[in-house]
Design a protein around this ligand. Structure first.
Ligand SMILES: *Cc1c(COP(=O)(O)O)cnc(C)c1O
Length: 427
């Protein structure tokens, strides 16, 4: 195996005179020394380029960044500055967006079990729209309106009944789903009838999201055609086609670009009424390949005839995806960015579980040793956001790099943070 493939690295990645990998003009080995490990390093220009590509393809205020993929104040501001709206699915995500200075009118409220408090928070913030998931939520919106809350602009989440090629945990558009109003059994039409005659909400459109990490254009176009037919039949002003565009995590994978995704959606929505505005909600495709995680190797255990274990100083607490979805990753040594990779090993974390595997079957350059920095690319989505402090491992910092400057946008968690929620006099 040769060096790590370019298409898995952030746009600005290049090998410098020392043979080290550089991102945003910053040497990864220097970053590991300066900020410690593990650390998430994001190429800010790459993030902005993906936002700009999406806005070019779909229009300003038509791209709703799914914040659950990666959210902190800096990312919320970046997406807003680039003309994206923000998809928030909980009160917590809405709080982080508002706290970053993003106006409520740039936020879209999601969630399959929004509490009354979360709905009230969204109404008070005057969010762009609420994507209503179920009848119980409509009851709660009615009750809020009756007690004086503003009238919500709502889209209805529809389950179009398409099964997609992805992991079952992230497939959401099939009939057997916890999300949305089922189209086939008539729930979708019943929900439309209810909101059209409701005084507490303003019905503006319909929404679907069929799943995540989807590669096949036909999955998107099939769902889009079903939604276009329904939207035309209803004569709605707005149609959201969800997110879900997949990204390549390993060398053999190649994903469509945001532009190609837009082209297939444009073809599938050709028959949509010209007055209906189309929204999309990409998360992963904006942020995943913008980041790499830097770890340090702490232990190498050789089991002749079985395998080699390479243990790093993070694991399932900063990247639970391999455990959750059996996801594949690649790795490389930033100190020898162009070295051929010839040695097979299992890269594991430091948690007290055999399942704490980052890469089942990694390939590394020969001669790697304890103390080396090891990097995994494409960790910008659903890593930091799904992380935990299991085993009371402190969460890594997030560093944005650009034009030779590295700035910490989320600091490393400290031991004091780990006890900051304990109530001191409760013993
Ligand atoms: C998760 C989610 C998205 C984004 O999914 P990605 O796969 O990250 O693009 C968009 N819309 C909704 C409703 C979601 O739940």
């Amino acid at each position: 195996m040769s060096r790590i493939a370019k298409h898995l690295l952030p746009d600005s990645a290049k090998t410098n005179a020392l043979g080290h990998l550089e991102i945003g003009g910053c040497d990864l080995i220097s970053l590991a020394e300066k900020f410690g490990t593990p650390t998430f390093v994001y190429d800010e220009a790459h993030l902005r380029a993906r936002c700009q590509e999406a806005v070019r393809a779909f229009g300003k205020q038509r791209v709703v960044y799914a914040t659950k993929a990666f959210l902190c104040g800096a990312m919320a501001r970046l997406a807003y500055e680039e003309g994206l709206l923000l998809d928030v699915a909980t009160g917590g995500e809405l709080f982080v967006a508002l706290n970053a200075g993003v106006p409520g009118s740039a936020c879209v409220m999601h969630g399959n079990n929004k509490s009354t408090e979360e709905l009230k928070m969204a109404l008070d913030a005057e969010v762009q729209h609420i994507v209503v998931d179920n009848f119980d939520e409509l009851d709660r919106l009615d009750a809020l309106h009756a007690s004086g809350a503003k009238r919500a602009r709502v889209q209805l989440r529809i389950t179009p009944g398409v099964a997609v090629h992805t992991h079952e945990f992230v497939s959401t558009g099939q009939d057997d789903s916890k999300f949305g109003f089922n189209l086939r059994n008539g729930d979708a039409q019943r929900a439309v009838d209810r909101v059209r005659s409701s005084a507490s909400v303003e019905f503006v459109g319909i929404h679907c999201h069929i799943g995540s990490n989807v590669f096949a254009a036909e999955n998107f176009t099939q769902a889009a055609q079903i939604m276009v037919d329904f939207a035309n039949q209803l004569g709605v002003d707005e149609l959201t086609l969800g997110g879900g565009l997949g990204v390549a995590y390993i060398e053999s994978e190649h994903a469509p670009t945001i532009t190609q995704w837009a082209e297939s959606l444009a073809a599938a929505t050709a028959k949509l009424s010209k007055t209906t505005k189309v929204f999309v909600e990409p998360g992963r495709a904006i942020v995943a390949s913008a980041a790499v995680t830097l770890y340090r190797i702490g232990s190498i255990k050789q089991l002749p005839g079985i395998r080699t274990y390479v243990a790093v100083d993070g694991g399932m607490s900063d990247n639970p995806r391999p455990v959750l979805y059996d996801s594949g990753y690649e790795s490389f040594l930033p100190a020898r960015a162009d070295a051929d990779r010839t040695e097979r090993a299992r890269v594991v974390g430091k948690h007290c579980e055999s399942g704490d595997v980052l890469i089942n079957d990694a390939i590394l350059p020969s001669g790697y040793a304890v103390g080396d920095v090891l990097a995994t690319p494409v960790t910008g989505a659903y890593g930091h956001s799904m992380g935990s402090n299991y085993n009371k491992v402190t969460r890594p910092p997030v560093v944005f790099v650009r034009d030779g400057v590295a700035r910490v946008v989320v600091r490393r968690e400290t031991y004091s943070d780990l006890v900051s929620l304990d109530v001191a006099d409760s013993v």
